[in-house]
Write a protein that binds this ligand. Structure first.
Ligand code: PGA
Length: 249
């Protein structure tokens, strides 16, 4: 696992966008695995800037998002469909038909999971997967205890995760109780992975991830130790409790 330390949230966005834009230029038909949440926001902002200023094109790029809440319509401002449009898709030249996000309002969410696995496979897998990390070590919505063999599935969100995400809703009751998420198996099948972390509130999780190489389902992000091409980009605050680190700029 390669770790790149950056100064702050803005620098995180610049570094991550640099890596993603380079991937797109090297492989204009790449499949990008995308994430939502606060963490990728500066990254998406920088990708938009790069698209406008340098003309990096996404016309042949296909995207698959990690997860979506169950029961929120696509036009709900808290849905991940909405988030992705606002934060990235509306501002780059990605084609509508190449955008894929699990449908949390599908009539049968279990069939939707199967179809999503099939979709990823039919695209030849993900070339570059972007991940955030939850305070409890979740990646996507794979909560502690999830088997590493899981593919796309329906999860019951933990109270901790719902509380962490309640800041986007009017109150905790409004936060959906379930989500559809790619499984850890899907994530580990990505060719390369970029894990992003920013802020003091991620410091314990980053210490958990980086201070040992222990792999345990109790801390889902530890599964990434089993993958050969993971790059972590994290800022000083997020790495403030990590002591076993050869930091690379
Ligand atoms: P955040 O969420 O980027 O909003 O902190 C990350 C995650 O929970 O995976």
């Amino acid at each position: 696992m390669k770790v790149i330390q950056v100064r702050d949230f803005n620098d995180l966005g610049k570094k991550a966008a640099d890596i993603i834009a380079n991937c797109v230029k090297r492989n204009p038909k790449a499949v990008l695995g995308l994430a939502t949440g606060s963490t990728p926001k500066t990254t998406y902002k920088e990708l938009i800037r790069d698209h406008i200023e340098k003309g990096t094109s996404y016309r042949q790029i296909r995207t698959v998002n990690l997860d979506e809440y169950v029961g929120l319509p696509k036009n709900n401002p808290n849905s991940y469909h909405y988030f992705m449009r606002e934060e990235l898709f509306n501002s780059i030249d990605l084609l509508e038909e190449n955008i894929h996000i699990p449908n949390g309002s599908a009539p049968n969410i279990y069939d939707e999971c199967k179809a999503y696995d099939g979709l990823i496979e039919s695209m030849g897998g993900v070339d570059l997967q972007i991940l955030g990390i939850g305070r409890n070590g979740h990646i996507g919505f794979n909560e502690p205890g999830t088997s590493f063999e899981e593919t796309t599935h329906v999860v019951d969100l933990t109270l901790d995760t719902r509380k962490a995400n309640a800041r986007f809703f009017n109150n905790l009751e409004e936060v959906p109780t379930q989500a559809i998420t790619m499984g850890i198996k899907n994530i580990l099948q990505s060719k390369t992975i970029l894990l992003l972390a920013s802020g003091r509130e991620k410091a314990e999780a980053m210490a958990h991830l980086l201070n040992t190489n222990n792999v345990t389902s109790a801390f889902p992000a530890s599964s990434l130790h089993q993958h050969d091409h993971v790059t972590v980009i994290a800022d000083e605050d997020a790495l403030s409790l990590v002591y076993r680190l050869e930091r690379r700029a």
